[in-house]
Design a protein around this ligand. Structure first.
Ligand code: MV4
Length: 505
């Protein structure tokens, strides 16, 4: 590479996304600087970076959310750009502003676009004026109960109360009838005040059991904006996505073209730059509605990369450095089918309780069309301070059926001992006839996975788990156990995951 796009990039994040961003930096020959809390001093992202600086205690507020500290580290270490990843500061408009004041390039959208898109009412007004379909309902903040009653009457019950500052499902309330309206509005206002310090709420018609379909968009600083097709993210639990895929089984080429051009319009109207995601709800009649725009790189971006050949993080960095959208992306098309499964540190057999501990054995699946984005390795200690996402497993195959089969094989080959993960749950979800039939609605998990009974694991998988543990043993002279992982034997944690010997309910 003849010249570097930036001198050095500070990656203001942790875990798999920090590692993902650093890999893009490496390809572009740009040094990456990691920041880390004291809880993360031995984390994979710290060792992946060219340099690393500690920024504070485990509490996110005092480390990964500390704008002043992060800007100081960037300035003091010759960084001319910051990548925020997802979560943490990625959608806080104060962060790009602080970067700008310090003369540092924020790898993401302008703060004005973030502010507009962070307010649901403002963005509904803006988008509907531009002809983008929005869910029927209020386009101003509710001021008195009469206003809510009128709007609910005109949208028709059931309705959904949402917080203007909300997003990701926080502070939403379904109301079935006029009788419940006032108390629900009051409760939603209290919730919104608590969660966002802003009690502005409004209402929309409640779309029952929709699909969640989002479009990847990219805009450069030269007036070019494109979309890179959709991701179907309907399989989620309590607003936490679990499985994402592309293409969506719900779209026809005509609907895809319509939604794609609406997505580009949203980005253009908002003055958006860099990579972003436009979310839509798709109802049973095939009508789609703009929901919100996520102003960051998303967890599920790899499925778009697998099917279009894009490297979205490289593109983010290029665009932040004032380059035009890459030619290869302008010509991109969807090829084959990709699925992503999120591997969470949680006990799916025990109410999805967070699981923590040390990774005693770790082996990622490999093979053509198999990608793992992870932030862990053998010896990593999983705590409770941060989001429980450990890794993402992504597969690409010529067809959806083959992608599902490949994903199931890869999940069976993924060996994580020492903590509980969502691995087994994912295999069962992918094997479900409704998933195989493409019936992925937002109630998929509640409807199909609620009374999941665990069968006895196939012998082959048990053998794989046993052999992976056996491989941990070094040749030894004495007859004593050679596993010396801080006193815990992997056999103690192999548990129900790994062997799956559960009595069906
Ligand atoms: C809705 C809806 C139905 N009707 N709005 C949830 C997250 C937030 N961004 C918006 N959400 C929803 N808004 C109306 N008018 C249903 C949801 C919803 C949902 C949306 C996307 C993905 C999963 C979901 C699960 C439950 C509810």
């Amino acid at each position: 590479m003849s010249h570097r796009l930036f001198k050095k990039i500070l990656v203001a994040n942790r875990g798999e996304i920090a590692v993902r961003v650093m890999n893009a930096c490496k390809i572009l020959d740009i040094p990456a600087l990691a920041v880390y809390s004291t809880a993360d001093k031995d984390a994979v992202h710290v060792h992946t970076a060219n340099e690393a600086v500690e920024i504070g205690p485990p509490s996110p507020r005092e480390s990964y959310l500390n704008i002043d500290r992060i800007i100081d580290v960037a300035v003091g270490n010759n960084c001319d750009a910051i990548h925020p990843g997802y979560g943490f500061l990625s959608e806080n408009p104060l962060f790009p502003e602080a970067c700008h004041k310090a003369g540092i390039t924020f790898i993401g959208p302008p703060s004005d676009a973030m502010k507009l898109l962070g307010n649901k009412i403002q963005s509904r007004i803006k988008m509907s004026t531009a002809g983008v379909p929005i869910i029927p309902g209020m386009k101003t903040a509710g001021v008195d109960i009469e206003m809510f009653e009128k709007a609910a009457e005109s949208a028709g019950y059931p309705i959904l109360i949402k917080a203007a500052a909300g997003g990701g499902g926080k502070g939403m309330r379904v109301v079935q009838s006029k009788e419940e309206l006032q108390s629900s509005v009051e409760a939603a206002m209290r919730e919104a005040k608590n969660a966002f310090n802003d009690d502005t709420v409004y209402l929309e018609k409640y779309i029952e059991n929709p699909r969640h379909i989002e479009f990847q968009v990219i805009a450069d600083n030269h007036g070019n904006a494109i979309h890179l097709f959709e991701r179907e993210c309907s399989v989620q639990r309590r607003h936490q996505k679990i499985i994402e895929e592309t293409p969506s089984t719900a779209l026809t080429p005509a609907l895809r073209a319509q939604m794609g051009s609406a997505a580009v319009r949203v980005a253009t109207i908002a003055g958006y730059r860099n990579a972003g995601t436009v979310e839509f709800l798709l109802d049973k009649n095939g009508s789609f509605y703009f929901l919100e725009m996520n102003t960051r790189i998303q967890v599920e971006h790899p499925v778009t990369e697998m099917t279009t050949g894009a490297d979205l993080v490289i593109e983010q960095i290029r665009i932040a450095a004032n380059e035009k959208i890459s030619d290869y992306l302008i010509k991109a098309s969807q090829r084959g089918h990709a699925i992503e499964c999120r591997i969470y540190a949680e006990d799916a057999e025990n109410n999805f309780l967070p699981s923590s501990g040390e990774i005693l054995y770790y082996e990622e699946p490999v093979g053509p069309g198999i990608r793992v984005d992870s932030g862990i390795t053998k010896g990593s200690v999983i705590g409770v301070d941060y989001d429980p996402i450990l890794a993402k497993l992504i597969v690409h195959a010529p067809t959806r059926d083959l992608a599902i089969s490949k994903m199931i094989c890869a999940l069976k080959d993924y060996k994580i001992l020492g903590i509980k993960t969502s691995r087994r749950f994912l295999i069962d979800a992918l094997n479900h006839p409704e998933f195989k039939a493409g019936k992925t609605y937002t109630n998929f998990i509640e409807k199909n996975m609620a009374d999941r009974a665990l069968d006895i694991e196939p012998a082959l998988e048990l053998a794989a788990a046993v052999s992976s543990v056996a491989m941990m043993k070094k040749p030894q002279a004495s007859g004593a156990s050679s596993v010396k992982s801080k006193g815990i034997s992997p056999w103690q944690t192999i548990g129900s995951w790994e062997i799956g010997m559960r009595i069906p309910k």
